[in-house]
Design a protein around this ligand. Structure first.
Ligand code: ZN
Length: 192
């Protein structure tokens, strides 16, 4: 693929050098527009991505209790990276839904509880939310907490290993006001 691209570029250079002597106006306008157009570059980058940067996506399920329930999913993400056969690149964890989030934390009882308390101080359960007035589902706080934390996280990996800190784990947080069966996605992109 690289060889083809090089020969393709050599062909273009030849046309650029040769054609101006024959059709000066044509070369200056049409060829330069074609070669430097956005469409041309998009086509080349698509080729590179398909052949050299494979992407593998895995869907997983987890049962959660809501109310900032914090689950350590680091080993699942690490396992997905290992079995993908991709040795270095990035892995994105994404949770569909507007009442859950993904982040990192030191996964120990103390700081997990501290996070829950901090969220309660910042975004309390028992204040008025326009969302609750409109939908009467009582989880306005869940939506706001989820928006603050964010629904996804990207982590680099090298030689099949996540480049996390020693005390840093990937966690899924469920902020809803009830139990849920959650589905989340692990998308791995990189070099084999
Ligand atoms: Zn709601």
């Amino acid at each position: 693929m690289i060889a083809n691209d090089i020969s393709h570029c050599q062909g273009c250079i030849f046309i650029l050098l040769y054609i101006p002597h024959v059709y000066p106006k044509y070369a200056c306008k049409k060829l330069l527009i074609m070669l430097f157009s956005k469409k041309y570059y998009v086509r080349i980058s698509d080729k590179v991505r398909r052949d050299d940067m494979p992407t593998i996506s895995i869907s997983k399920e987890i049962e959660t209790n809501g109310y900032a329930d914090c689950r350590n999913i680091t080993s699942d993400v690490q396992e997905a990276v290992k079995t993908s056969g991709i040795t270095s690149g990035i892995v994105t964890v994404f949770i569909p839904g507007s009442t859950a989030g993904v982040t990192t934390i030191e996964f120990e009882e103390g700081v997990v509880n501290d996070l829950s308390v901090a969220l309660e101080r910042l975004i309390p359960k028992d204040i008025n939310y326009k969302h609750n007035e409109r939908w009467h589902d009582g989880n306005g706080f869940s939506h706001v907490r989820a928006a603050f934390v964010g629904p996804s996280l990207t982590v680099p990996f090298m030689e099949g290993r996540l480049q996390l800190g020693t005390w840093q784990q990937i966690v899924l947080l469920d902020f809803d006001n009830r139990k849920r069966l959650r589905r989340y996605l692990i998308s791995i992109m990189g070099e084999k």
